[in-house]
Ligand binder design. Structure first.
Ligand code: MN
Length: 273
């Protein structure tokens, strides 16, 4: 695949025609953490539908920032919303489990998450329900990707949906190594400029600030909001996901479910415990 072209380099009709030619009738499981009514979910379902049958199993409400939580201590309800669309009163990870083990009769060829309304960059991946969907897919042996739109308001999901389709095709053409999954972040181009090319990046770092707002409620009790201030990211890392989207480029980061610090493994073996 030629990643040097801008992500929106093809006219829409040509884009879908090529996609339909190259990949014939995949079974695709789609979920998210913004809930079954999220417009980003619908945009990605539309963009992936030329590749095959898209089955949506998504939370019945927004479950952003629940991470990789799995519901073990209460029953889960699966509600058919319409043909191939199911809502679950659980977490994004619950949705992947029910999708693979209860809804689909055969394992999916691809698992897609998103499109999340907001970026999933740097250290924030560890909180993300969107990334947890793709991580769970990778743990279950399904080629998986997560797609996020790096925006705060005025979401136009179409460019990110087209990028999602391109990455899905690339996964099918190249295949992913075991337990590796892709984190895709699509920025909003600056006014008048096209969306930048797709860059393969590594996970960046966040600058941890005191993102806590402390207030007093009407009865005098103190309460706290987490994430009340804009948090920054470490600059000067050219090949990071954060730097790529800051330049207006699309970021694709290969992630792995094995969190072992392999570089320092030998050093730790020298410790006296
Ligand atoms: Mn979300």
């Amino acid at each position: 695949m030629d990643f040097s072209k801008g992500a929106t380099g093809w006219p829409r009709r040509e884009f879908f025609r090529r996609a339909a030619e190259l990949v014939d009738k995949l079974l695709i499981l789609l979920s998210n953490d913004d809930g079954i009514e999220a417009p980003g979910l619908m945009a990605l379902a539309d963009a992936l539908s030329p590749l095959g049958r898209v089955v949506v199993v998504a939370p019945d409400r927004e479950r952003s920032a629940v991470g990789h939580a799995l519901t073990l201590h209460r029953p889960l309800r699966l509600k058919k919303v319409r043909e191939d669309w199911y809502a679950v009163d659980g977490t994004p990870t619950d949705c992947v489990h029910l999708g693979v083990h209860a809804v689909l009769e055969t394992p999916p060829d691809l698992l897609a998450a998103g499109i999340n309304a907001g970026g999933n960059l740097g250290d924030d991946l560890t909180y993300s329900g969107t990334l947890a969907v793709a991580m769970e897919g990778a743990l279950l042996g399904v080629p998986s990707m997560a797609v996020s739109l790096v925006a705060r308001a005025g979401f136009d999901f179409f460019p990110a949906a087209m990028v999602g389709q391109r990455v899905a095709r690339a996964i099918m053409e190249n295949s992913l190594p075991p337990r590796t999954f892709l984190n895709v972040n699509v920025p909003v181009p600056k006014a008048g400029s096209p969306l930048g090319p797709i860059r393969v990046t590594r996970q960046g770092r966040r600058i941890f600030g005191s993102g806590i707002v402390k207030k007093t409620d009407p009865r005098g009790g103190e309460y706290y909001w987490i994430g009340g201030t804009e948090l920054g990211y470490v600059d000067g890392e050219e090949d990071s996901d954060v730097a790529a989207v800051a330049r207006g480029d699309v970021s694709v980061t290969p992630l792995h479910t094995d969190l072992t610090d392999r570089e320092r493994l030998e050093g730790f073996r020298g410790w006296k415990f």
